[in-house]
Ligand binder design. Structure first.
Ligand SMILES: [Zn+2]
Length: 330
């Protein structure tokens, strides 16, 4: 009888340990999304979106209406959030479920709300600039010195037709280098007809990753990552990363807008060229909460990548780039 009780006890202990282990392992492996836009939900902009909508980019005639930026007639439709609360709630739930940390730029109040709702370490605030006529260099430096912002981005010079090496904006980069803050620069992607749509100053040529060379030479301590991986300029991206070992990239935006086969060709080429340790995961999240899962799924299903290579993209590379303590994010 005693033996049976002992056996039962051991069995219960084993079962308990096992289920504890299962609970622990049920926690999703950590993910860092380095490219999230914190914005107030604007009912005019917040239309539903069909991912990979740039699989078809029909041309238009200058005398006809410009094409729509987003396509909303695909089989998969991502619903836009209707309010700030709805968006925040869905974002927080997904972040918790998928054990996510985000680098967020945009509306400071929205960023503060998210920091309050999530664990503070899980939202890393970022401050951007897009020209020399927006925030002054002094105000920019003061903002960084408050310690609230840990990252500079999204730097949207391309939309203003400016090169990242343009002397006009050099002082901003000088501040970031001096304060040891990493910088994220939009390069490459522009959708279908960006110059005809909302940004007449947008220049595809200003998304050439090689335009970063002079900036990097002037600021050897500056830590830069190229947003959207400089898509579609793969050769230039590889050349730049080869010449400048500090440069990383993120995969944001391109992985849910351009044709899937094209995305995988681009990502595969970056890894094949030897840069698997310098690719960071990013969404370019705006108003569609389910875009997180959509984008993550693209990397999860990249069967040419090993488990370790995916973990590097989802987490390890960002930890190294941002000099984070990985134990805080497990
Ligand atoms: Zn961008």
């Amino acid at each position: 009888m005693k033996k049976i009780v002992l056996f039962a006890l051991v069995w219960v202990v084993l079962i308990t340990q096992n289920s504890l282990a299962q609970t622990a392992s049920a926690k999703h492996l950590p993910i860092i999304d380095v490219h999230v836009h914190a914005m107030k939900v604007n009912a005019n902009f917040a239309s539903d979106m069909s991912p990979w909508f740039l699989s078809n980019m029909p041309g238009t005639d200058p005398n006809e209406p410009t094409p729509k930026f987003l396509n909303a007639d695909g089989a998969i439709m991502l619903k836009a959030a209707h309010s700030d609360e709805e968006f925040q709630d869905e974002l927080m739930q997904t972040m918790k479920r998928l054990n996510m940390t985000i680098v967020a730029s945009g509306d400071p109040q929205v960023i503060r709300n998210w920091k309050k709702a999530a664990a503070p370490d899980r939202v890393i605030p970022s401050i951007g600039f897009s020209s020399a006529s927006g925030i002054s260099v002094q105000a920019f430096e003061d903002s960084l010195k408050t310690g609230f912002y840990k990252v500079v981005g999204e730097v949207g010079l391309q939309y203003q037709g400016l090169s990242p090496s343009d002397p006009l904006v050099d002082k901003y980069f000088e501040v970031a280098e001096r304060l040891n803050v990493p910088v994220a620069i939009h390069m490459g992607t522009g959708g279908n007809g960006m110059a005809n749509l909302t940004s007449p100053k947008y220049r595809a040529s200003m998304g050439n990753p090689l335009l970063l060379e002079d900036l990097l030479a002037r600021h050897p301590k500056l830590k830069v990552w190229v947003m959207h991986a400089g898509y579609p300029m793969i050769d230039e991206m590889i050349a730049l990363m080869g010449a400048n070992s500090h440069v990383y990239v993120d995969l944001a935006g391109m992985i849910w807008s351009y044709p899937l086969e094209e995305i995988h060709m681009y990502l595969r080429r970056l890894v094949q060229a030897g840069f698997g340790k310098r690719i960071m995961y990013g969404t370019d999240l705006m108003v569609w909460p389910k875009l997180l899962e959509t984008s993550l799924g693209v990397i999860e299903n990249a069967n040419y990548l090993s488990f370790e290579q995916k973990r590097d993209i989802f987490f390890n590379n960002a930890v190294r780039f941002f000099r984070l303590d990985p134990s805080k994010y497990q």
